[in-house]
Design a protein around this ligand. Structure first.
Ligand SMILES: [Ca+2]
Ligand SMILES: [Ca+2]
Ligand SMILES: [Ca+2]
Length: 263
């Protein structure tokens, strides 16, 4: 992936935004913890992009944002259909009916001139949506505006009325679901997302929902080592039925599970 950096002469509360701070990343799966009723992640992390140069998602910084960064819709204000997309790949652990919540705001650079702009995206009506308009609805955030209380230019948490179903087969090992979010109004700022079985999650509940783990082992900042259990669920297996690795328990093993060869 090419790294491009955009400097825009737009002063936001955080000062000048630095656009396009992307790095080459392998596809990452967001993992729901066993027993958890929610999945949470920063909008600017773990996305895979389908971008049209006319209007597209790009990560940028914002001091008021969770994690200090956001995804921003840059380009022309093309609202009739979703133009570009960000995909989040999720492995669920708990079947159920999930509601999508997100923390967002409108860029005042646009919303001060038109109170109803920069306040919507395209939300998929299902997991694994394609790119057709028929797979999307206009986000509930479009109902707020820059002269409302709170103003659309302040960060708020909102939930979508359309729900997402996680079936029992979707929690099988290796199963994934893709949440694809489309662009709509230029200047929309997406900070953080939560999918939860709680249909009435409020803002404090949203903030208390910790970000989920991912399927790769990440070295801690400034750490001089990486350490992990052999049986970690982050392991990927190439198995021959005659002899293969399988996790099992052993009271003498650390955390009482180990990976052993079977067969
Ligand atoms: Ca709007
Ligand atoms: Ca964020
Ligand atoms: Ca172990």
């Amino acid at each position: 992936m090419k790294t491009r950096t955009y400097y825009l002469a737009k002063n936001l509360s955080a000062g000048v935004m630095l656009f396009g701070a992307t790095m080459a990343n392998a596809a990452v799966t967001i993992l729901q913890s066993p027993g958890s009723s929610a999945v949470a992640w920063e909008a600017e992390n773990y996305g895979a992009y389908l971008s049209d140069p006319r209007e597209y998602w790009t990560p940028t910084n914002d001091a008021a944002a969770s994690g200090g960064n956001v995804l921003y819709i840059l380009g022309d204000n093309l609202t009739a259909v979703p133009i570009s997309f960000v995909d989040y790949t999720i492995h669920f652990a708990t079947p159920g009916t999930y509601k999508l919540y997100y923390r967002w705001r409108a860029d005042a650079v646009w919303a001060n001139a038109d109170r109803f702009t920069a306040n919507s995206i395209y939300i998929p009506t299902t997991f694994n949506a394609n790119t057709n308009l028929t797979n999307y609805v206009i986000a509930a955030s479009n109902g707020s505006d820059a002269q409302g209380n709170p103003s659309s230019t302040n960060y708020t948490v909102i939930g979508e009325p359309g729900l997402f179903t996680v079936t029992p087969s979707m929690v099988n090992p290796g199963a994934i679901a893709v949440l694809r979010i489309g662009t709509r109004e230029r200047g929309f700022i997406l900070d953080r997302l939560v999918l939860s079985t709680d249909a009435a999650l409020n803002e404090s509940g949203f903030n208390a929902t910790l970000n989920s783990d991912i399927d790769i082992i990440v070295q801690s900042a400034a750490s001089t080592y990486v350490a992990f259990e052999a049986e970690t669920f982050k392991g990927a297996y190439l198995s021959d039925p005659r002899e293969y690795w399988t996790p099992t328990n052993d009271s003498r093993g650390q955390r009482r599970r180990g990976a052993v060869r079977a067969g």
